[in-house]
Unconditional design. Structure first.
Length: 141
């Protein structure tokens, strides 16, 4: 696990700004490097309405870098617990790609809390993409 005394955490706002400017290839390389040197790597976001943390991991280059680093499993925080069985079934091949399009096209809004009425389509689409790319790289979600 990362040390909270590490300058990465002390300078988090600065690092976050630089991270936003990074290229997809640069992010993938950094993910692979970090994952190769730690038993557990946590990638977290601060805005659950944004798919950025999911989409960073779900990209082809990121999954390939994680595979090269020896990553075998990815655990994902679910925004809506009722989505878990659907995503698990998809990851296990029990739901088709076509059916999963309905998952992120038809179920589009958060139904509780401060996010009420906000579209979660980008988040769900990124989760589906993550599962697809993970499968292709031999990583289980």
């Amino acid at each position: 696990m990362a040390d909270l005394g590490n300058p990465l955490f002390k300078n988090a706002p600065h690092v976050a700004k630089d991270f936003k400017k990074a290229t997809e290839a640069g992010i993938a390389q950094r993910l692979g490097t970090v994952a190769a040197h730690h038993d557990y790597t946590v990638i977290a976001d601060m805005d659950h309405r944004s798919p950025s943390a999911y989409s960073i991991i779900s990209k082809d280059q990121s999954m390939a870098a994680l595979k090269s680093a020896g990553v075998k499993h990815i655990a994902v925080e679910m925004l809506n617990p009722s989505d878990q069985p659907i995503l698990d079934a998809y990851a296990n091949g029990e739901i088709s790609d076509r059916a999963m399009k309905h998952f992120y096209q038809d179920r589009m809004t958060f139904n509780t809390g401060a996010d009420y009425g906000t579209s979660d389509k980008p988040v769900k689409k990124s989760l589906v993409e993550m599962i697809q790319n993970a499968k292709q790289n031999g990583i289980s979600i």
